[in-house]
Design a protein around this ligand. Sequence first.
Ligand code: NAP
Length: 293
Amino acid sequence: MILLDGKKISAQIKSEIASSVAGMEKTGHKIPHLAAIIVGSDGASETYVAHKVKACEQVGFRSTLVRLTEKVQQELLLEKIDEINENADIDGVIVQLPLPAHISEEKVIERIKVEKDVDGFHPVNVGRLVINQPAYISATPNGIIELIKRYDIETSGKHCVILGRSNIVGKPMAVLMARKGYPGDATVTVCHSRTKDIHEVCRQADILIVAMGKAEFVTGDMVKDGAVVIDVGITRVKSVNTRSGWKLMGDVKFDEVALKCSYITPVPGGVGPMTIASLLNNTMKAAKKEIYG
Ligand code: NAP
């Protein structure tokens, strides 16, 4: 079994990006600048945003963090996005999800300028991905694709089973794995809460990508010998063994599954760091105006 070391690969990608930033500085090119908006003070969201801001610092990007209170009116959040959209120095903007119930995620995502939508959640970017036109691709699926590439994992003709059909992970992942060319050309099955006999479907997978948010759902008996297993899930559970009082768990029962598969991502240290690397890559593309000219 080979561990798909997202931490190591993301460090490589960050170092590549840092070199590009140094080159941009030398030639007088504007330094990439990412704006992140966080609403409220949810512990997990705080952690994710802090990681993103820190990653910007590590590669030499500028970053702006906008904090709004839990009770902020939707209109005010939309105005903030307009301001960022109009700010020529800012190349990319992300709004950390989930948002409080009184705010429409749909309206917020649609308000972000397509050219600055480095999370790749805007319907235009999603649509362009589906029809294979240049687009910002959602950071998590794109990070998984990069991991597959860097480990040179064969995908052509393989049966890829994806557990989860969310807009930000499951659906774009399915499109990417079914795309023509490498890494793609897979035969894709997408499972969700209405899928019948999910254990049996999983056992048919050459590549199993799990994005459900159900801690340790995938057990050893659900995995074919030699399968590639990618665990997107992150569930925070209480723990007496850590200083913070909680620990992160994936959707895959690692100890059981690792005995059977050919490749596997750990949690933490697998898909999470690749998501951040992918966001940095999208911000670099935005700064260089690679997608929309
Ligand atoms: P989501 O929007 O909640 O979607 C979960 C999906 O799993 C849904 O499609 C749901 O089916 C399906 N599902 C839930 N329980 C199921 C069951 N018992 N059997 C079959 N299908 C089931 O989640 P998400 O945003 O895609 O995130 C999934 C997980 O990945 C979460 O743990 C999240 O924290 C994590 N995540 C990690 C990263 C990272 O960077 N590592 C990034 C994004 C998300 P229905 O559609 O039928 O409800």
